[in-house]
Design a protein around this ligand. Sequence first.
Ligand code: ATP
Ligand code: MG
Length: 464
Amino acid sequence: MHLEDKAITRLRIHPVLTEIAALFAARGKEIYLVGGAVRDMLRGGAAQDWDLATNALPEAVSAIFREAVPRGKVIPTGIKHGTVTALYRNHQMEITTFRTESAYSDGRRPDTVRYAATITEDLSRRDFTMNAIALRLPGGETVDPFGGAADIKAGIIRCVGNAAGRFSEDGLRPLRAVRFAAQLGFTLEKATLDAIGGVLPVSAKVSAERVRDELEKILASPRPSHALLLMEQTGLLKLFLPELAACRGIAQKGFHRFDVLDHSLLACDYAAREQFPPEVCAAALLHDIGKPLTRAMDASGVWTFYRHESESVLLARAILTRFRWPNAFINTVCHLVQEHMFHYTEDWSDAAVRRFIIRAGKANLENLYRLRRADSAAMTGTEPLADILLPLVSRVDRILSSSRALSLKDLAVTGKDLAATGIPPGKTMGRILNELLETVLDDPEQNTRERLLAIALKLHERSA
Ligand code: ATP
Ligand code: MG
């Protein structure tokens, strides 16, 4: 089979799209598949979500779908901006009326919408050549006025038209460019790359949520460092993540081969490559971000970073809050960063392992191991020969499966039991329960109702 033949089979149009095209054709309207779906098909992948462009006005688009599927769903959420979301045969798609470029003064959505007459005009408002290709439906002929297919083949991200001008219209575009670079493994064409430095003041005005969405996609890409290094090179890193930019040139000693920034990028790449959850990828990027602020030289001339994890937590929280990540996400990332510095050795007692489990929290153990593996691999930049955490993991597993007491609720007595013996509820009882837990952590054999009640009474007498 020739390459060309392969390309044709890959661009086969989904039967549902063919059906939709027929609905539009019956009313004399044009409809095209556009955006990421076309880009992904030309790269040989499957189309993700469907974005469609048409010369029918939004009201007409809604009418077409309502008529076709009386109980089908049409959501006119973006109708002011020319977009209709439709659910058709279990496929959700966005259908946007041909538009021309308009200003985004709030950094979120264009202020006004001006409809365009042709698909070519619509394509010319799009950001990059690879995103400005349309497939005419139902046939699948490509409309590619800016050489997008050739750029995709060469792995190049290039602005449609003058880069500085296009970036000034919407300051998110530079961030989209570096995000796509990391997602697709593409490079930025020189004029596109060179234009970013000059539009940073425009990028500074973009809403926090739009920036966060891009940062999130960067962290989920196969190699986040690709985007983050481009951000450093162009000034976007200093603009959006100055705390991370400050890690450049912070040298480390000991097992570390890299400065704090490269180490953080390697840790993040490791986490992304292993497809760890987003919390772990973010923690890997931010786990050492407090190092520049805690660096001090000891008497023997070696750099130290005492308690850097606490400083890292403060900065990580500030960054994630700034971009409005959800609180639950922020708390998990910060917890992982705070706990990332454990140093397991074989002489840890079982009690020490139990305390480690409690500090980490059972639910976070796996993610903490993941963060630690990313951190270790990023010290030397080479894959460790063996899993360094294996001895700890197996001890933790052994303790967890022996179902010995690990938290207050695992104690053989409850607050009610203590109250029945005359210990008043409140502060005293809380303290006694915690002491019982400490006792059980040190010696699980003590976790019987009889033993704990006896200890509790003794503690109570002593404190009375
Ligand atoms: P993905 O969905 O994987 O992020 P995509 O290319 O589909 O990639 P969307 O954000 O879904 O990106 O946008 C769909 C299309 O709309 C893009 O391919 C592009 O043509 C156009 N577009 C989106 N955002 C912008 C923008 N800020 N400026 C210009 N065109 C844009
Ligand atoms: Mg899309």
